[in-house]
Design a protein around this ligand. Structure first.
Ligand code: SF4
Length: 464
């Protein structure tokens, strides 16, 4: 998972990109980068680490210009290393171009194999470099045309920002897997993975970049192109459950309110007599508030989270993950002792974190622990840009809810239904179906099949 930001029309564009990335840090903490242009040349800083550590004042000073793009990365394709940090910036025959990508291309291996056979040399293992090579090879006359030409050859999820010496381009794939929002602050255009970045930038949301839309911003203003064939939309429903920040809006609707509705619905679907409702902070907070409001059970903070650690879900190794729970969460005995506790979380991935949490609550003196999950069981991995574990590692892919309850050690366990999730996302009384969404990790219904090319399949068999 990654976050992208683009700024056009501000004398300190890189500074604004920095602020935008700061607000998008939850979408990726491995590396960050900014590329700026002063109208003549691109300059960039890309490094491993957090936004705040990388972009010191002197480094931002080295990024002058009126336009910039930025990227925060957590690897979903390609390993976690400096060479895969983005935005990627290259010189092509048509001029310099930089790109930041949120998503995952499902035919990147196949395209890479073809490009390498034709003599292309790759400097990273990221799928985004495939797009760069396709743009460099396009014979189309303008950059928007070359980008469209390249993107017509890729399949999968992409929300992209491009920067040339004097043009900012934002593109969202025709199925719209990953979000992308357009905003404005006075004369400055802003694009961002999430609207939560706009608050820091003092920008207002104009609208979402539509699936299949290309927004081109240059000195003559903003224009919109629709270079791709229309496809059925498959916006990621998991953004609503977990990934997006609750203060963001997606498709014009509040993520916070949707999560609160998930909690309300969860309390209707899985009610239980209890003394207190607590969230697993931070992503379970809005749903726990919803659960408490609907059930009438008091809400409290039974677990405290240290804000100086990354998210459990996107840490690299199982070992660190176990250790991380202890470091990040600690129980508030005052709230839990002698109580029947409902604990609300957004999902159960491997089950090991949930087991530690249940254990932690019991150790603090809780009489009963009832676990409530504001999404359906996660049964499959994501192929479209979110770094979930493999199917084998996902506890719900092979165990029933009762077996999972037993594994995590809760007295009861309840998952939100898929219909309940859609009703929560779309608003009360709305259509409770997957129309327009991807829910493959909950349903195993994948909108695009992933097929590695023959040579890579063989290689994987040999190295497995
Ligand atoms: Fe989102 Fe899950 Fe679909 Fe991936 S598989 S795009 S996480 S809904």
């Amino acid at each position: 998972m990654c976050g992208v930001v683009g700024i056009y029309g501000h004398p300190e564009a890189a500074n604004l990109a920095y602020l935008g990335l700061y607000a998008l840090q939850h979408r990726g903490q491995e590396s960050a980068g900014i590329v700026s242009t002063d109208g003549h040349r691109l300059r960039w800083v890309r490094e491993m680490g957090h936004v705040n550590d990388i972009f010191t004042a002197p480094r931002l000073k080295d990024l002058p210009g009126h336009a910039a793009i930025g990227h925060v990365r957590y690897s979903t394709a390609g390993d976690s290393s400096q060479k895969n940090a983005q935005p990627i910036a290259v010189d092509t025959a048509g001029g310099p171009v930089a790109v930041g990508h949120n998503g995952n291309l499902v035919n990147a291996d196949e395209l890479r194999e073809r490009l390498e056979a034709e003599g292309a040399i790759f400097s990273s293992t990221s799928d985004t470099e495939v797009i760069v090579h396709l743009i460099a090879r396009s014979r189309q006359p303008t950059l928007p045309d070359r980008i469209a030409d390249a993107l017509k050859q890729v399949r999968g999820a992409y929300s992209l920002v491009f920067l040339s010496d004097d043009m900012l381009i934002a593109v969202r794939d025709p199925m719209g897997f990953r979000p992308l929002v357009l905003g404005k602050s006075k004369d400055t255009w802003v694009v961002s993975s999430e609207s939560c970045a706009f608050e820091l930038l003092d920008a207002k949301v104009e609208r979402d970049v539509e699936p299949g839309e290309m927004v081109v911003i240059d000195r003559s203003g903003l224009r919109t192109l629709r270079p791709f064939a229309d496809l059925e939309r498959h916006r990621c429903v998991f953004e609503w459950v977990y990934f997006a920040r609750p203060d963001s809006t997606i498709d014009g609707r509040s993520v916070y309110r949707a999560r609160e509705r998930m909690g309300r619905r969860l309390s209707i679907e899985h009610s239980v007599p209890a003394d207190v409702v607590i969230p697993v902070p931070d992503s379970g907070v809005a749903a726990a508030i919803g659960y408490a409001r609907e059930s009438g059970i008091p809400y409290d903070q039974g677990l405290m989270r240290s804000h100086y650690m990354g998210r459990t879900f996107i840490e690299p190794s199982q070992q660190i993950r176990h250790f991380g729970v202890k470091l990040k969460l600690s129980p508030v005995r005052e709230v839990l002792e002698g109580k029947r506790v409902v604990v609300v979380d957004d999902s159960i991935v491997r089950g090991t974190t949930s087991r530690k949490i249940v254990d932690m609550i019991r150790s603090a003196g809780a009489k009963e622990v009832h676990m409530r999950i504001s999404s359906p069981p996660t049964v499959g991995p994501c192929r479209y840009g979110i770094d979930t574990p493999t199917r084998e590692e996902l506890i719900a892919s092979s165990r029933t809810p009762e077996e999972i309850r037993n594994f995590v050690g809760a007295d009861t366990l309840g998952y939100l239904s898929l219909a309940g999730l859609y009703e929560s996302v779309n608003g009360a009384g709305s259509e409770a179906t997957r129309n327009g969404f991807c829910d493959a990790c909950f349903s195993n219904v994948y909108p695009i099949r992933v097929q590695a090319p023959a040579r890579l399949r063989q290689l994987r068999l040999i190295t497995a």
